[in-house]
Structure formats: C-alpha cells, structure tokens
Design a protein around this ligand. Structure first.
Ligand SMILES: Cc1cc2nc3c(=O)[nH]c(=O)nc-3n(C[C@H](O)[C@H](O)[C@H](O)COP(=O)(O)OP(=O)(O)OC[C@H]3O[C@@H](n4cnc5c(N)ncnc54)[C@H](O)[C@@H]3O)c2cc1C
Length: 409
C-alpha cells in the first residue's frame, strides 16, 4: 500500500463500465472505491439492449449475472428490423448461416434501472466499496500524475483514477481531453406499455430527420428512443419533454397507429449531444484512464455502447491489475497504462469505423433508403451487418471493399 493512499483505485461512475472495472480490480486484489453521484437504482436514457456478445462476457465476469438477468424477465432480441424513410424494411438476424457463429441467438433487453443495479451489486460482491450520492468535482495531482479525486470537498487519494462517468465525464473534462463533433444529435427516451406489433427483435426507423429505436424490455414494456439533429431537437425539446414524444413518433410512417393504445409508463429522459470522445484514453502524466462513454461515444444507432463499455472495462482492468502489481507504490506512471490504449485500438478500431459509417449514413435519408432496399434483396448481407452491430461478425468482414460495394450497387 502506498503511504497516504488508502485506495489502489477510485472509480468515478458506477454504470456498466465502472462496475466491471471495479469488479475485476477487486478480484485482482486491489482496494477499490466506486463513487457515483446517483443513488441506485438510477435510470439512464438508453434503448436498453445488450448485444449477444455481452452474454458470454457477463457469464465470465460473474456466473450469477445471467441467472439474475433471467429472473428479471428481460426482453430477448433475435435481430433487428431497419425501416427506411419510405417504409421499405429489412430484418437481420444475429444467428445466421454465415461463417460467424453467434455466442447466443439473442441479446437481452432490460431496464437500465435493473441491469446497472445488478452490475454494481456484482462489483460489491467482488469486494469493491460503493459510495452512492457522491459527485466527483475535481482531480488531485501528485507531481503531474492524477492522484485521486475530490468529492463533496473531501479528498480521496488513489493510485489510479478510473473515469467511468459517462458522456459528460467530469474526469475527461478536468483532464482537458474531451472533444466532440458531428453528427450533433440529442436523444429522448421513454417507456411505453401496449405498443402494437412488437415482436422479438429491435426496430430502427430512419426518418427525415432523425431516427427512432424501439424494442421490448420485458413485462410488456417497450423502450423507445428518438434521436434528432441538435437544431431540430432544440426547437422541439420543450414539447418532447412535455409529452409530445408520442406525437413526434407519428412522423415515422411504419409507427403510425402502433401507439394508439399505448401508455407512457416512464417519463421522457433526454441526453446528448453526441458525438463526444476523449482525445486519449489515458491521462498525460499517468494516474488515470477513461472507460465506456467517458472514453468515447459516437452515436446510439448501432446499439453497441453497453458491450463496448463492458469489454473496454475488462481491457482496462487487465492493464490495471498488472500495473498495480508491477509498480509497488504511488500513482501509476503513464507508460504502465499504455497496454490499455493498444488493447482498445485492437478491439475497437473496426467498430469505430463501422459505427461512424452507419451513424453518418442514417443522417442521409436517400442513402439510408437505398441501402435498406438493397439489403431487403440481399438478406445474407443484412444478417452480416446486423451480426457486426451485435459484435458477432468482425467489422472487417463488412468493411472489406468487395462487401461494401454490395451495399450500394
Ligand atoms: C438514446 C441512446 C440509446 C442507447 N441504446 C443503447 C442500446 O440499446 N444498447 C447499447 O449497448 N448501448 C446503447 N446506448 C449506449 C449506452 O447507453 C452507453 O454506451 C452506456 O450507458 C455506457 O456506460 P458507462 O458506464 O460508460 O456510462 P453510464 O451508463 O452513463 O454511467 C456513468 C455513471 O457515472 C455517474 N457519474 C457521472 N458523473 C459523475 C460524477 N461527476 N461523479 C460521480 N459519478 C458520476 C453517473 O451517475 C452514472 O451512473 C444508448 C445510448 C443512447 C444515448
């Protein structure tokens, strides 16, 4: 133990990324404190679907997690239906007859109030200490390296600070690493009961402008997230927050009539703007790194944020356990954190390109319409693309030039 430092790691944010880093660090023998400004169960604007690749990841983290998720009666999504602005649609399945076997034929979908509480409880079970209602305000420094945080005027010293504090990460902002850029979009998310014709897949409806994602999250509830360009969203924000979301959904041709008997059962939550990212995932000078949305969040269309948060947290924890063992005391030097940067690049480089191509493409309704009509004629290509967004198919299999041209020609 470093003199004056009670904690090996302080994790800022107890969402999926923070919980998984904390769980694995605690398992690795580190003394870990998680600080979250919220009290759990807390909500988070999200379409609330875990890609199928998350299932084996959660199983290896803690064998209790999947049975706990099952007991929460989640939705099960076997694929995605994508609807173009003109109503033309295509369905892609996760388990499909291509050469990439799905680790599970479906992805779970459940309210974030439930999922995030289960993950945080798993971190506590592994030995992490959790402090809710503690907002981090500032970082502490020791000879140029981050050496902990300040919460409610109290200094919490630690050998490494993990910024897992989401889209508007205070850790990334205090490090001066936060950047953002197009497409600038805001999201409005709510829960409805009684939406007509919900099947066992998610749906993405592309509009002029924006798009809406919906899917079953169990117990007859559908989660709905409307994403709009920043300017449009600002003009309509008051109405959308005040119950105008249902009227807004009627602008999407294939949603007309499906909400006639539906009731909103959770108020609208708003978030954004995205895209936001950190120029580096590791603090210059060492002592801190960023995971999950605090590291980067481009756009929700591909529904990969949760898996990326969980997988990125695993990679961060692997680096941190090794670094804490290798360096006996004091804040972790920047060089000891670099394996995390390399591991992230190797795990996510293809995903970063794919989510950018798709995220930008859905902002061009004529292009989206053309691709959807093309996919409707080539179902094996639709399966491949949906498999890639489900983290089953390696992005490289979609990004190969010979495959890319098939989307358009
Ligand atoms: C509209 C929308 C739909 C989406 N749909 C999907 C989907 O269907 N599937 C999917 O995989 N991903 C989806 N995502 C992405 C997903 O929600 C995120 O990628 C995921 O929540 C990232 O997890 P995280 O742990 O990094 O951050 P978060 O889940 O945001 O957790 C951050 C935590 O940090 C805490 N915190 C923040 N600031 C402080 C502070 N100063 N001090 C202490 N604590 C703090 C917060 O209270 C919170 O608990 C969607 C995103 C949006 C916007």
């Amino acid at each position: 133990m470093t003199r004056g430092m009670r904690w090996d790691a302080v994790v800022v944010g107890g969402g999926p990324a923070g919980s998984v880093v904390a769980l694995q660090l605690a398992r690795g023998g580190a003394r870990v404190l998680v600080l979250d400004r919220a009290r759990f169960p807390r909500d988070k604007p999200c379409s609330e679907y875990l890609s199928p690749a998350a299932t084996p990841l959660l199983s290896r983290l803690d064998p209790e997690l999947i049975p706990e998720i099952e007991r929460a009666s989640p939705g099960r999504l076997y694929g995605m239906r994508v609807v173009a602005p003109d109503g033309c649609d295509v369905v892609g399945r996760f388990a499909a007859p291509h050469r990439f076997p799905a680790p599970a034929p479906f992805g779970y979908a459940l309210p974030r109030t439930v999922l995030d509480s289960l993950l945080l409880a798993a971190a506590a079970r592994a030995g992490a200490e959790i402090e809710e209602g503690s907002a981090v305000e500032e970082l502490l420094y020791d000879q140029g390296a981050v050496a902990g945080v300040v919460t409610a005027g109290r200094a919490v010293r630690a050998r490494v600070t993990v910024g897992a504090d989401g889209l508007r990460s205070i850790v990334a902002r205090r490090l001066g690493l936060r950047g953002g850029g197009p497409p600038r979009r805001l999201a409005f998310a709510a829960h409805y009961r009684g939406v007509a014709d919900m099947g066992d897949r998610g749906e993405m409806h592309i509009g002029r402008p924006g798009y809406v994602g919906l899917g079953p999250v169990g117990d007859g509830v559908t989660t709905v997230a409307l994403v709009l360009p920043l300017e449009t969203a600002r003009q309509r924000a008051a109405a959308l927050r005040g119950g105008g979301l249902t009227a807004e959904l009627a602008r999407f041709p294939a949603l007309r009539g499906r909400f006639d008997s539906a009731t909103m059962v959770r108020a609208v939550l708003a978030t954004g703007p995205f895209a936001q990212w950190s120029r580096r995932a590791v603090a210059p000078g060492g002592g801190a790194l960023l995971v999950g949305d605090a590291a980067d969040f481009f756009d929700p269309f591909t529904g990969q944020g949760l898996y990326s948060a969980l997988r990125g947290a695993e990679l961060a924890a692997t680096t941190l356990v090794a670094a804490l063992a290798a360096v006996p005391r004091g804040p972790l030097p920047e060089a000891t954190l670099h394996p995390y940067v390399a591991a992230r690049r190797s795990a996510f480089a293809g995903k970063w390109i794919l989510e950018r191509l798709i995220g930008v493409g859905v902002g061009w309704p004529w292009l989206a319409g053309r691709v959807v009509r093309r996919l409707a004629r080539l179902p094996e290509l639709a399966d491949l693309l949906v498999g890639a967004t489900g983290n089953i198919v390696p992005p490289g299999a979609v990004l190969a030039p010979s495959t890319l041209v098939r989307f358009l020609l």
